[in-house]
Design a binder for this molecule. Structure first.
Ligand code: FE
Ligand code: FE
Ligand code: ZN
Length: 277
């Protein structure tokens, strides 16, 4: 089954998001666990979660994806900022464990001049504090465009982080098409080569989700500006190949394009038309 959806606002709860995604033709969705500014999370609404779990089962929502606030940085040079990121992620995981089949994506962080090796070590230390054997939630490292001092700009950097994580069955990767194209992986002309490289370095068994975004900027620009599907430098044909690739087609795909709900509805419709099942 084609698992396709988009980023939604979480402000009205899980049941609301489920209704919203079903109404625009999707069957999975992504949401921020809390205000991107990193504020306190809403109180847990057990009733909403229970209703959602039932609804998901009945409507073929097999998996959903939570996104950590993008402002946290567990490899900051500032101990207080690192601590805040770690506590936020721990708290998010406790909450997400109540939701059936929810994965948790986060940005590895920016090393802010400390050097990539120090950054990677801080991310490893953070994950080893955050991840426990008991949790259900799988934590995903997002592949980054390499803007500024972002860590996770190459498959090698992601691999080094995973190598340092002790509880490996709880860690995976989310590949963002805009980010990896901006980072210098040519999804347009060499999709299979990029997947071969991912497999050789990280292992495709670690790949758990795809952020499906076109890019406003040229190949290898290290910019990270998402564009609507078909309006950017990757183009519709590249996405047709991505969603139908035998090594990717079972994964859930999430649109994070500059759209409101009606725009997402059109993109989901387009992608469903391009999909060969
Ligand atoms: Fe992200
Ligand atoms: Fe993304
Ligand atoms: Zn992005």
């Amino acid at each position: 089954m084609f698992k396709i959806g988009c980023h939604l606002s979480a402000s009205k709860g899980y049941v609301h998001m489920a209704k919203e995604i079903l109404s625009i033709g999707g069957n999975t969705f992504q949401f921020f666990t809390r205000n991107p500014r990193g504020g306190t999370a809403k109180e847990i609404d057990k009733n909403d979660i229970e209703r959602f779990n039932t609804m998901a089962r009945e409507n073929g929502i097999e998996v959903i994806l939570a996104h950590a606030p993008y402002t946290i940085n567990v490899c900051s040079a500032d101990e207080k900022i690192r601590r805040f990121g770690i506590e936020t992620m721990k708290d998010d995981i406790l909450r997400l464990d109540l939701v059936s089949n929810c994965m948790y994506n986060f940005h590895p962080g920016s090393h802010v001049g400390q050097g990539v090796d120090t950054g990677i070590q801080l991310i490893i230390d953070a994950l080893n504090e955050i991840i426990s054997k008991e949790q259900r939630t799988i934590v995903l490292l997002e592949t980054m465009a390499g803007k500024g001092s972002e860590v996770g700009r190459s498959f090698e950097e992601i691999k080094k982080i995973i190598d340092g994580v002790k509880i490996k069955e709880k860690i995976g990767v989310c590949l963002d098409t805009c980010h990896v194209y901006d980072a210098g992986y040519d999804l347009v002309n060499n999709l299979d080569g990029v997947l071969d490289e991912f497999d050789k370095i990280i292992g495709l068994d670690r790949l758990k989700a795809i952020h499906i975004n076109d890019s406003k900027n040229p190949f290898e620009s290290h910019k990270d500006r998402h564009e609507k599907i078909g309006d950017g430098t990757l183009g519709t044909e590249a996405f047709e190949k991505i969603i139908n690739n035998s090594r990717l087609k079972e994964l859930p795909f999430y649109l994070e394009t500059p759209n409101e709900l009606d725009g997402y509805e059109k993109e989901i419709k387009l992608l469903k038309e391009l999909r060969i099942d």
